[in-house]
Write a protein that binds this ligand. Structure first.
Ligand code: ATP
Ligand code: MG
Length: 389
């Protein structure tokens, strides 16, 4: 008897033409995430099997791989009635259940016993050996037996995967990652749609601290569990930010600062051959995220700006943040460049003409260029980096 994991593909099965690309990428991502573990993987267009002695570790890792609908613990046994029955008893010793049903499928039509008859016989064996009842409507346990030419497969425990598309299927975007709650969630949701990420963080030392930066790197390392591939670019933003505060009326500083962030992000997207900008903006959350503000800020770039949490309530965002494990880090009280020198009355319906006027007062394009040229890039470890904070 051989213990295996059956991997059921997620949403990708609906995309017929791209199926091979999807599956190859999924396999690449699984290989990356299981690096260091001893296992064997086999797959075709319909299913994938993983064989290993470290099944439990593998299950926990696979629960962070997008593109997997579910993971089924299964056993491959010889395809004769005796072996199937004895294996069934063996396997079920480790499972707790009060009610069950058996479903048999014969892919090998030459197998002598019909499917219904198989289910009846296997059910009888279970009833005889365990203290339990049959319940065809709402059983604790569904035992699936699939009889194929190469062997019989017993499927016992089905564990939900996280769905989505394999990370990277859409190429890469640039996530504006702050230390807040929203942007890590935006990153997670982007990865779920198959967009791999590089992250961009604006720091303004000495106004922002090393802890603030490490917090962002820690958040990136948590979402990197879903990618394995994330880099973080840290932009030295101090000089540009100070020039803004010197030259721009207080109510417009955030608007102008965010236009500069978008300009820098666009420059990084072009240089690194990424596809889009992504961020954690949510409609109406703060002055710079009203629709009027978004229009004026967004107008500095032609790139698509994807805002995965744009239409979510804060509580919905917090829910996801808890689920993916970023919340506790996000609420640590380190300052961000957006929260230092926060104006008392930031404009909520900025005018583009005024922005253009204020921006003429200083040579921002040289400063933007400098920011991009002096980026410091961090390649993350392949596990959550707890040494950071
Ligand atoms: P919170 O969860 O507290 O709202 P936030 O990160 O969403 O934090 P906002 O001021 O709402 O902070 O900023 C909106 C978006 O702008 C962020 O989600 C993030 O994508 C981007 N952003 C803000 N500050 C930075 C920064 N220092 N570096 C990179 N991106 C930033
Ligand atoms: Mg926010």
């Amino acid at each position: 008897m051989k213990k295996l994991l059956l991997i059921k593909y997620g949403e990708l099965t609906t995309k017929k033409g791209n199926r091979n690309t999807f599956i190859k990428l999924l396999v690449r991502n699984i290989n990356a995430i299981l690096n260091g573990i001893d296992y064997r993987i086999q797959y075709d267009r319909v299913r994938m099997y993983i064989e290993s002695d470290d099944i439990e570790i593998i299950i926990s890792k696979l629960q962070k791989v997008f593109g997997i609908h579910s993971i089924v613990e299964c056993y491959k046994v010889n395809n004769n009635m005796e072996d199937i029955q004895s294996s069934l008893v063996e396997v079920l010793k480790n499972v707790s259940f009060k009610t069950f049903k058996v479903e048999t499928k014969r892919a090998d039509k030459d197998f002598p016993t019909p499917s219904m008859e198989c289910s009846r016989i296997f059910g009888g064996v279970v009833l005889k050996n365990f203290d339990c009842k049959v319940d065809v409507h709402n059983p604790d346990l569904v035992i699936k037996v699939e009889i194929r030419r190469e062997g019989a497969f017993l499927y016992i425990r089905e564990i939900a995967g996280i769905g989505g598309y394999p990370v990277g299927i859409q190429g890469k975007g640039l996530l504006m990652l702050s230390g807040g709650i929203d942007s890590p969630v935006a990153g997670y949701l982007s990865l779920k749609r198959g967009v791999d990420l590089e992250c961009l963080y604006f720091e303004s030392p000495p106004h922002t601290s090393l802890e603030a930066k490490n917090k962002v790197l820690k958040l990136a390392s948590i979402i990197n569990e879903y990618s394995g591939n994330i880099k973080v670019h840290v932009v030295p933003f101090t000089k540009l930010q100070e020039e803004i505060y010197k030259n721009v009326p207080e109510s417009y500083v955030i608007t102008i600062m965010r236009r500069m962030m978008y300009r820098i992000a666009s420059g990084v997207v072009e240089r690194r051959h990424l596809k889009v900008i992504l961020n954690g903006e949510s409609i109406g959350q703060v002055a710079s995220q009203t629709l009027d503000s978004m229009r004026v800020i967004n107008s500095v770039t032609n790139l698509p700006v994807i805002r995965p949490v744009a239409c979510m309530d804060k509580l919905e965002i917090i829910d996801i943040s808890n689920k993916i494990g970023t919340y506790e880090t996000s609420i640590l009280p380190y300052e961000d460049c957006c929260t230092i020198f926060l104006p008392k009355h930031p404009v909520i319906n900025p005018e583009l003409d005024k922005c253009l006027d204020y921006e003429k007062r200083f040579d921002y394009s040289t400063l933007v260029e400098e920011c991009i040229n002096n980026i410091e890039t961090h390649v993350l470890k392949n596990e959550i980096d707890n040494d950071l904070l």
